[in-house]
Design a protein around this ligand. Structure first.
Ligand code: HEC
Ligand code: HEC
Length: 291
């Protein structure tokens, strides 16, 4: 509905001439302040288009005279962080493990870097604090397969254990006494019970532990030592520390002796830089088991 433009008596404004069911639309002008803000926004947008990335083109976008994008900003941040890291790593690069351990500043740096790298690379297997889990050794207990000095730990991390792709990896293999028919199931139970006694655990009732001791001396002592304390030359476990990688339940022991475990630890020298490995060695050494 349209009717001629009129002056509205109540508000003093003209009407637009539109009317619905007797209600007429006022022609109130936009407030001044609002208009100025609006014009300022338009002016600002022209300035912005010139300086910053704004318009899409078919394959790219107008980059603006400042060349500023989120990507360039992030790259600049990364470059700055890398420069700071390189400066810190330079100290670790030149220092020996013993020097790092003796210098409080370097030590602090190595421990921080080692802790971060451990969380990223090692904790899935060894647990977030290095406490291990079934099948993966506890690195905090001072019970070492391949030795717990800084240098020994560094060598283990660098080359791994039974790592298929590293010629210098720690290699040794416990025989599968049951699977390969070296010992009968009865003998395996006897030697498993003897192993429990040398770790101070009660053997099963009615098992001939003396026979188990003889089997141990004949078959196991060459690697684990007559006293069962292991040998870090061949990564054979110390069986007398109450710390067990695969458990000391009789069924766990029988499984270990029957099939042998011979687990693999990856060679990290191929994946991590030498400074990170040094930091990891220092960090692992600090977890409570270091020698
Ligand atoms: C895929 C699982 C896995 C990951 C990941 C892993 N490890 Fe291991 N690690 C093992 C296993 C399994 C052994 C024990 C091998 C054996 O039983 O002979 C081991 C052994 C070790 C040992 C030797 C302990 C000893 O008693 O001598 C050290 C040290 C070690 N790991 C450190 C590390 C560090 C540091 C990292 C991270 C950079 C790491 N591991 C990542 C599985 C892993
Ligand atoms: C040729 C050397 C060798 C001989 C012989 C040997 N072992 Fe082992 N044993 C090892 C090595 C190496 C490991 C560590 C392997 C691993 O962790 O995967 C090991 C690990 C073990 C473990 C696991 C310890 C744990 O923390 O869970 C037990 C138990 C064990 N041996 C018992 C025996 C018994 C019993 C015999 C004799 C019947 C025997 N071993 C003979 C080399 C040997």
């Amino acid at each position: 509905m349209s009717e001629p433009v009129q002056l509205d008596k109540v508000s003093g404004q003209t009407t637009t001439g539109h009317e619905w069911d007797g209600i007429r639309e006022l022609n109130t002008p936009l407030p001044r302040w609002w208009l100025w803000v609006f014009y300022a926004c338009i002016a600002f947008s022209f300035v912005y288009w010139i300086f910053y990335p704004a318009w899409p083109t078919t394959s790219s976008f107008t980059s603006g005279v400042l060349g500023q994008t989120n990507r360039t900003a992030a790259l600049a941040d990364i470059a700055a962080a890398q420069a700071v890291r390189a400066q810190m790593a330079a100290g670790l690069e030149k220092a020996s493990l013993a020097q790092i351990a003796g210098d409080p500043k370097l030590l602090e740096l190595a421990l921080a870097q080692g802790k971060a790298a451990f969380g990223d690379n090692c904790s899935p297997c060894h647990g977030s604090g290095g406490q291990g889990q079934k099948g993966y050794p506890n690195l905090t207990a001072g019970r070492w397969l391949w030795g717990g000095t800084l240098d020994q730990i560094q060598a283990t991390i660098t080359h791994g254990i039974r790592a298929p792709n590293d010629a210098d990896t720690h290699a040794s293999a416990m025989p599968s006494f049951g699977k390969d028919g070296i010992l009968k199931p009865e003998e395996i139970r006897q030697v498993a019970n003897y192993v429990r006694t040398i770790d101070g655990v009660e053997p099963e009732q009615g098992v001939d532990v003396a026979a188990g001791k003889k089997i141990f001396l004949d078959n196991c002592a060459a690697c684990h030592g007559e006293d069962g304390k292991g040998n870090i030359e061949m990564g054979s476990a110390n069986l007398t520390t109450k710390v067990w990688q695969y458990g000391n339940d009789i069924s766990d022991l029988i499984y270990t002796i029957t099939y042998a475990r011979n687990s693999v630890m990856p060679a990290w020298g191929q994946r991590l830089d030498p400074e990170t490995i040094k930091s990891l060695a220092v960090y692992v050494h600090s977890l409570g088991g270091g020698r």
